[in-house]
Design a protein around this ligand. Structure first.
Ligand code: HEM
Ligand code: HEM
Length: 291
């Protein structure tokens, strides 16, 4: 029930309301600690979480139903016959979404993280042309017909090559020395797996061998999607905000310590740096209570 206007509960309600408004003001202030560069860095993770991962869930759910319906048609009468076509429909969306966010992440790393436009004009032109060609190859792959296997293979190869060439540009953090936990390598491989799925659709319908290949490759893709969620969250933790970065660069990464602050020390906490494997780049700051 709404609190009585003149009684004790109403005053409590008013105080609570005021407190929540103040808290939301503080939240907005915290948001202001991010500049445009930091905010742009959130676009790719936000799209992955809000759009791509739900799509993965839909596609996997329908994949399971498609298989159940095909293997045990009599026991699975509740599964609609269109489930296979729906899986394909959302699968096509998924390919575009995964390649799309990979390109977005690469564009951020190449154009925003480095002073890209200070490069020689040829290099600038080459990288921009690679983005355009990769997107064009994907669009053309979508437009190929089932009776054009050669063109499908050509456009799939061009799309995948475009992703790899863009991924090898300066600014992209590849973590090659730890490739088995690298967000970059997982991302490129899963994107190529989605491109392969789109390419072999007519073959999946025609041959059991391709159907089995599709299942094996995409089981790996599901594991890589889980890996993307984990490594992406880790990377977000490791990257400091722009205004924090210069201080973190002064830290000794090998020994996991940062220089003592010169002026006033934060009252209750002391900053220590945890060593981060992104060598030569950004360690993470951790606040530990001063004893
Ligand atoms: C996480 C991603 C995916 C997984 C785990 C997955 C898994 C599966 C599975 C288990 C089946 C049923 C196989 C059977 O009948 O035994 C299937 C069928 C199929 N998948 Fe996928 N798939 C994925 C993504 C895609 C994508 C991206 C496409 C295309 C763009 C695609 C196209 C197809 C087609 C055309 C079929 C046959 C449907 C039918 O029989 O009507 N899949 N998939
Ligand atoms: C299907 C899902 C995803 C794919 C395919 C993907 C792909 C990629 C790729 C290819 C890069 C470029 C590597 C680089 O420049 O460092 C990247 C960067 C990044 N991704 Fe993702 N990602 C996905 C999901 C996520 C999620 C869920 C998060 C966070 C919760 C995330 C956070 C990041 C961050 C922070 C970077 C920048 C890393 C850096 O600057 O070193 N990603 N992603």
């Amino acid at each position: 029930m709404f609190p009585n206007r003149h009684g004790q509960p109403y005053r409590k309600f008013r105080t609570e309301l005021l407190r929540s408004l103040l808290t939301s003001k503080l939240t907005l202030d915290r948001f202001n600690l991010m500049n445009a560069k930091d905010l742009l860095g959130l676009i790719h993770p936000a799209i992955a979480i809000a759009f791509v991962f739900p799509l993965v869930g839909i596609v996997v759910n329908m994949a399971w139903q498609t298989r159940q319906r095909r293997l045990h048609p009599s026991q699975n009468k509740k599964i609609p016959p269109v489930v296979g076509r729906e899986h394909l429909k959302y699968g096509r969306w998924l390919t575009g979404a995964v390649v799309g966010i990979t390109l977005l992440a690469l564009a951020y790393s190449i154009f925003i993280k480095t002073p890209f436009f200070e490069n020689p004009p040829f290099q600038i032109g080459f990288v921009i042309a690679m983005f355009v060609l990769t997107i064009a190859a994907l669009v053309l792959l979508y437009r190929t017909r089932p009776n054009q296997p050669l063109w499908r293979a050509v456009f799939a190869t061009l799309t995948s090559t475009g992703l790899v060439v863009l991924g090898s540009q300066e600014g992209v953090f590849r973590r090659t020395n730890e490739w088995y936990v690298s967000h970059y390598y997982f991302g490129i491989v899963v994107s190529i797996l989605m491109v392969v799925s789109l390419t072999i659709v007519p073959e999946i319908y025609k041959h059991k061998r391709w159907r089995v290949t599709h299942i094996i490759l995409n089981t790996l893709a599901v594991l890589l999607f889980v890996g993307q969620a984990m490594t992406g969250a880790r990377d977000l933790l490791e990257i400091p905000l722009s205004w924090q970065a210069p201080y973190l660069y002064q830290c000794d990464w090998q020994n996991q310590v940062c220089p003592e602050p010169q002026s006033s020390r934060p009252s209750e906490t002391e900053a220590t740096a945890t060593f981060s494997p992104r060598t030569g780049s950004t360690p993470t700051l951790r606040s530990t209570p001063v004893l």
